[in-house]
Ligand binder design. Structure first.
Ligand code: AMP
Length: 471
């Protein structure tokens, strides 16, 4: 019986937890989330992007072919499983592969390039810690169908503008590098491998594996000894030839024209294998460990890795929403609470409810966030609720007030109370509440109402004749 009890308790205690590395997003955190989405939507819309959502589940092969088998997200972090028909599927660890899949199947006939952005959940079996979760969200964008260095610079510009506008101006560094084209990278990798060949004793297990599968990832090593060695290792920059060199130079030129400050980091590589030419990262300047707000790059070879016959040039970036939110919260950025209740109506008895219901609707239609306490809780309970909501005003309609068409209006911030006629309440509050806080959204405003073109009425023949006669 005892064993049963423990199992029982264990069963329920795990059932009520979130899965490790996954979190509920509610309250204040959700407010930051909404804010980020709004900033992203504003910035992308202004720059001609439209939003795309791709499924959370994709075929595993799409992910492995795009990110590469040697990448951490495929080799260690993928949530993959068979469905009931034994198809190999995965929860998406990033969205670029899905967006490219969608582009190749749906958008080849559209005018090119195609500008897309997304705000999506991603899943990686990472070691959870602050800023690193197993379910996290990214705001990202892709420009697909054109190879021009100005697009790379423009993407970085847009990302910087977003960071600046959420309160991170001066708080991050944009690091850039070029990985050249495939040929140049191959040559570089051979030399890099050679360089580390007689220094293997310095490499730990992870770095040894990287040396075997993708030596480029050694540039990402956190081991200080390896980082020291990298100072003397061959640099990708000197492997860039003709077109790649020119491409990179133009990216920098456009960044300067756009007034985007950057630093070059010749050891910068990205976690996914599909990048070529430009790569970049926005690094948190506060020196914390999970230090990238986001990153991006050019991935002209991805379409071919996914089986498309030609290489479709593309460039994109992704930013971690949780990192951005924690970054601005840590810096004390506070957001206005738009969910604030302006008016909380307390009613006591049926007579009061009858008056409170239309009053509440009138207040909402006038733009106030107005709530009414329904049911039969005591006045004390209702006041507690008003306090918890942080209501600015509370209108109390008791039995006597209902009879006289009035309410007791409490200003919760000042602690004052006055008697107000019910039909004067809404105009009074409108005159007192900050106009910026009023909410006038009406879904009808978003309808496109086509003007109905009515056919000309057919005139009876004798009327027509009459008209002709008049002319
Ligand atoms: P990546 O797709 O790996 O280039 O990541 C782009 C950005 O997403 C990073 O710079 C982080 O801001 C964020 N990110 C990546 N992995 C995680 C994670 N496990 N948890 C939270 N944010 C993440």
């Amino acid at each position: 019986m005892r064993i049963f009890d423990i199992t029982f308790v264990f069963y329920f205690s795990t059932m009520l937890q979130t899965v490790r590395g996954m979190q509920d997003i509610f309250g204040e955190y959700q407010r930051y989330f909404t804010f980020l989405k709004k900033v992203a939507r504003h910035e992308f819309r202004k720059n001609g992007f439209t939003r795309i959502s791709t499924p959370v589940i994709e075929f595993e092969e799409l992910i492995t072919r795009s990110a590469g088998n040697s990448s951490d997200i495929v080799s260690k972090e993928l949530y993959s499983f068979d469905d009931r028909k034994e198809r190999r599927l995965a929860l998406k660890p990033e969205s670029t592969a899905g967006v490219m899949r969608s582009y190749l199947t749906n958008m080849l006939d559209e005018s090119q390039p195609v500008y897309l952005y997304y705000i999506e959940p991603h899943f990686r079996y990472d070691r959870p810690q602050k800023g690193r979760y197993r379910q996290f969200h990214q705001i990202g964008a892709e420009i697909i169908g054109e190879q021009d260095p100005v697009l790379d610079a423009k993407m970085m510009h847009i990302g910087c503008r977003m960071l600046d506008s959420i309160g991170l101006k001066g708080e991050y560094t944009l690091k850039i590098n070029s990985l050249g084209n495939e040929k140049e990278r191959e040559k570089y990798l051979l030399d890099l491998r050679d360089f580390f060949e007689n220094k293997k004793h310095v490499l730990d297990e992870v770095d040894l594996a990287r040396l075997e599968t993708n030596p480029l990832r050694l540039l990402d090593s956190k081991n200080p000894e390896v980082r020291g060695l990298l100072e003397h290792a061959p640099k990708m920059e000197s492997y860039l030839k003709g077109e790649s060199k020119e491409f990179y130079a133009k990216v920098k030129m456009y960044l300067e024209i756009l007034g985007v400050p950057y630093v070059e980091d010749h050891t910068l590589v990205r976690g996914l294998d599909y990048y070529s030419h430009t790569v970049w990262e926005w690094v948190d300047g506060s020196g914390r460990t999970q230090d990238a707000f986001g990153g991006g790059g050019r991935y002209d070879g991805l379409s071919k890795s996914l089986g498309h016959k030609t290489a479709v040039p593309a460039v994109g970036f992704g930013m971690g929403c949780e990192r951005l939110i924690e970054g601005i919260m840590d810096r004390g950025v506070k957001l206005r609470n738009k969910d604030r209740t302006h008016l909380y109506i307390i009613q006591l008895g049926e007579g009061a409810t009858k008056l409170a219901l239309p009053l509440n609707i009138a207040a909402q239609e006038a733009g106030l966030n107005s709530l009414i306490s329904l049911g039969t809780p005591s006045i004390k309970t209702q006041m507690k609720k008003a306090n918890r909501l942080g209501a600015t005003y509370v209108a109390i309609i008791g039995i006597m007030e209902a009879k006289n068409g009035i309410c007791q209006l409490k200003n919760m911030e000042l602690g004052t109370q006055r008697e107000v006629k019910l039909d004067e309440l809404v105009p009074l509050l409108i005159s007192e509440v900050d106009k910026k806080e009023l909410d006038f959204y009406s879904p009808m405003k978003d309808f496109v109402i086509e003007e109905v073109i009515r056919p000309e009425p057919i005139m009876p023949i004798h009327e027509k004749m009459d008209n002709n006669e008049k002319e």
